[in-house]
Design a protein around this ligand. Sequence first.
Ligand code: ASP
Ligand code: MG
Length: 427
Amino acid sequence: MDYTGASFLTGSKVNGPHRKVIVQKYGGSSVADAQKIGGVASRVCRRRDDGVDLVVVVSAMGDTTDGLITLARAVVGTASSPDPREMDTLLSTGELVSATLMAMAIKARGYEVISLSGIQAGIRTDATHGSARIADIDTGRLQAELDAGRVVIVAGFQGLSDNGDVTTLGRGGSDTTAVALAAALKAERCEIYTDVDGIYTTDPRLVPDARKLREIGYEEMLEMAVLGAKMNPRSIELAAVYGVPVLVASSFVDAPGTLIHGGVSTMEVRRAVTGIAVDRNIAKITVRGVPDRPGAAAAIFEPLAEAGVSVDVIVQNSPQGGVSDMSFSVSEGDFQRAREILENGLKAGHSGVLAQSGLAKVSIVGTGMQNSPGYAARMFRALGDANVNIELVTTSEIRITCLVRKEQVQAAAQALHRVFELEKPGA
Ligand code: ASP
Ligand code: MG
């Protein structure tokens, strides 16, 4: 007996035909002023006319969040930092402004609508102020509002901790709110509207031939996002776990966007390399003369981790004469700190530190590369022919990353785009 089906039928008798739920999210640039809020309101109303149940998550208007952070820092002065609890409540107000204004704009167009704060929307989080994680969503209120025929606007980026305090989910957290709501409501899909019209094979400012992808898999998107493509990686992880299809599209023009979903390899011709991700602002540090004994690497990386320096590509040479060299990359923002920590820590046993900034990461990404040899060779050949020197290499199952000098990153991206024929649709 299919009891799930049975309860579904009972529900539809009470509430009329079961309708599909769509969760949309509009970012700060899409709701930056009254006129843009009006434009989004009109789009939401048109979508509502299609007969779908709509939940709309909004970010704070324009640079509101940055402005609030600046204000908070100004009132506490440089000697201390703002109280995390107060900071979260302060920052949550940005999204309340855009959510309430959006609801008013939609109501003025003659539609039934209500705005809800994160708390009212039932979003429960842990108590980590500034980067809280969603623990649970009680969809009761949301579902009741949808059943009452209302469009529901939800203030993004916020929730309520077990202590009863407002929390925020970290910068760019409205994407996470939207995907989490889509998962909790078992929505058809989550639509992220932003100032770019989709995910491209690479940064179009570097490679004019860059092409908008019709679709991309979660894993590939995650690699692209971590390496700079415009999406909050946490929200993609969440979408992958719950199997929520995510559409990324423009909030300003009606153009098809990019669908991020799980079934790509069966739906489109499987291409080996899907995209080229670029991350500038990388530095490399080489630690010389690391003793060849257990615990030596830990002695180097533990102090970095304690200082919150995140280390990426790590390469260790094979030891000679009882010592080896270890190289790794950090973001340029962490560069000075990492260097000082290592130079002050020579007692850990290493003999010296070499540091080089002004680097960039260029990666080829694609699930089709899994278990197929030859991609690294083709990548290195392409970079060699373009006269680009490789400083470090690292791979994952679906990615090969090379560190190159920053001024060569454009040449590198163009060469790789050409060699892997990314300008050709569905090749
Ligand atoms: N307003 C928040 C921020 O600027 C959250 C978001 O935009 O998603 O980070
Ligand atoms: Mg924002």
